[in-house]
Design a protein around this ligand. Structure first.
Ligand code: BG6
Length: 475
């Protein structure tokens, strides 16, 4: 059971709070993980009464499909609001007042669900008002993106470290909270059968893909400055790469695991610019409907060269992976939503099964780990097709989470509970975030003009051979 605490959400009435944080807190309450131990203080620039905030929160919970009666009651009892327009001293006093009134021991979470440009003001405000420490524990949660390049990430780390210890800081990458992503460690380290072939001798290549059907969805202000490398590659895709490529930690403690992940990021070889393919979607058709191109999305400058698609090839220069290509790919407005890791194993050294016209009939063994939306995995292997002639057919073994377990918890439920329990395993450490920017800064600095691709296609695939990227058509 978690300690009694005050959960302070900066950006308390914003999109993230309404869509993810408040519903996740309420679900944790329903699961009896936090019971009556969590009070919430929404913080924002606008002026709002506690009652207004409670009404807004209740609507958000209803919109998230949560039971309106009990959820409304929770909002009335456990939620408060304070505007930053009155300053951080006033915020400190309000926190102290709620804690005294509700008999809380002084444990606090400060969750920065804010646009990145205002992180520094909030962190400085908390620090100067003496709120970085308190009577109980104090934890700071920072949403991604953490900086926009190595330099800005360092500045942000330095600023936070002026007030907070690293052990208080929880840098969120919500991919790490997904069950299927956490399962990567279990899959690798509980099943020696896979671990013994998980290396350069047996693996030919690894492909990690985050494909989205959605466009920028009203977030052009953020997205046009970020682009696909900052939005997905530097964080979500790199986290997946770490979990695929890391060495077994000495134990499952947070620091040991994070040490191994940092080693992977530090081993990312210099990325060759001719191994990077950028794209930007134009108008096209998705699920039978015509959708506008990126340049026609509201708020996007008409001459924007922001990439909405990236495919790149990199190497991880470790004893285990030297020479194995890793392909990272992501794009918006692709034919369907799909996040998967595909590990292709090397073929046998000799081929005994020749077809009449097409040479060796053997297919590579392929492990497909589907992270979403149809969570599970499949393993492809060859069998002899029945009959008098020898014909080799690929078949697959499948596992589906939905068949075995039903609903999976939302990533934010998992991550919030970890913050409340003080477990930093699934959060990104300062050195890791900096190492990651170090790997991708050269790509950002010399990004050329993106190739266009029609919405509803798998990216600018036609130009990939000349960029030495393999044609990409996910299964
Ligand atoms: C966010 C990005 O971090 O991840 C979005 O900012 C993206 O652009 C989203 O759509 C994808 O997350 P998920 O969980 O839907 O794969």
């Amino acid at each position: 059971m978690v300690d009694r605490h005050l959960f302070v959400i900066f950006g308390g009435s914003g999109d993230l709070a309404r869509r993810k944080l408040l519903p996740s807190l309420y679900r944790l309450l329903q699961r009896r993980e936090v019971a009556d131990r969590c009070l919430v203080l929404g913080v924002g620039t606008s002026r709002m009464s506690d009652d207004d905030y409670r009404r807004m929160a209740a609507q958000a919970l209803t919109a998230a499909g949560l039971d309106s009666g009990r959820a409304g009651e929770w909002c009335r009892q456990a939620l408060f609001y304070q505007s930053t327009a009155d300053g951080y001293e006033a915020l400190g006093k309000r926190i102290a007042h709620i804690e005294a009134e509700q008999d809380l021991p002084g444990n606090r979470v400060f969750y920065l669900a804010l646009p990145p440009p205002v992180f520094p003001a909030a962190i400085t405000g908390l620090g100067e008002a003496g709120l970085a420490t308190g009577a109980g524990w104090t934890r700071l949660v920072v949403e991604k993106p953490f900086g926009t390049d190595l330099e800005s990430a360092r500045r942000l780390n330095d600023l936070i470290h002026r007030w907070f210890e690293e052990s208080q800081i929880y840098r969120i990458d919500h991919y790490l909270g997904k069950e299927t992503v956490q399962n990567l460690m279990t899959f690798r380290f509980a099943n020696p059968m896979f671990e013994s072939v998980w290396n350069r001798d047996r693996v030919e290549k690894v492909e990690i893909t985050v494909a989205e059907q959605l466009g920028v969805e009203g977030r052009a202000g953020y997205y046009d400055r970020a682009g696909a490398v900052r939005d997905i590659v530097q964080n979500h895709l790199t986290q997946l790469l770490c979990l695929v490529a890391m060495e077994p930690p000495a134990s499952f403690e947070a620091e040991r695991i994070r040490n191994e992940k940092v080693k992977v990021v530090e081993a990312i070889g210099p990325i060759e610019l001719d191994q990077v393919l950028l794209g930007q979607y134009t108008s096209g058709r998705i699920d039978g409907e015509t959708v506008p191109g990126y340049l026609d999305a509201e708020g996007v400058p008409p001459d924007s060269t922001t990439p909405t698609f990236v495919a790149l090839r990199l190497g991880v220069g470790t004893w285990r992976w030297q020479g194995v290509p890793f392909y990272l790919r992501t794009g918006k407005r692709l034919p369907r939503r799909l996040t998967e890791i595909v590990v292709t194993f090397r073929q046998p050294p000799l081929c005994f099964f020749h077809g009449t016209t097409d040479g060796c009939q053997i297919h590579s063994n392929v492990l497909v780990i589907a992270l979403q939306p149809d969570e599970g995995f499949s393993l492809r292997f060859d069998v002899k097709a029945p009959g008098s002639d020898t014909r080799v057919d690929p078949q697959a073994l499948h596992f589906r989470y939905s068949e075995a377990y039903g609903r999976l918890p939302d990533a934010y439920e998992t991550l919030i509970l970890d913050v409340l329990e003080g477990d930093q395993t699934l959060f990104v450490r300062a050195d890791e975030v900096e190492a990651s920017w170090r790997a991708y800064d050269p790509v950002l600095e010399s990004a050329g003009t993106p190739h266009s691709y029609p919405a509803g296609t798998w990216g600018p695939a036609a130009v990939s051979p000349q960029l030495a990227l393999e044609a990409w058509t996910p299964g």
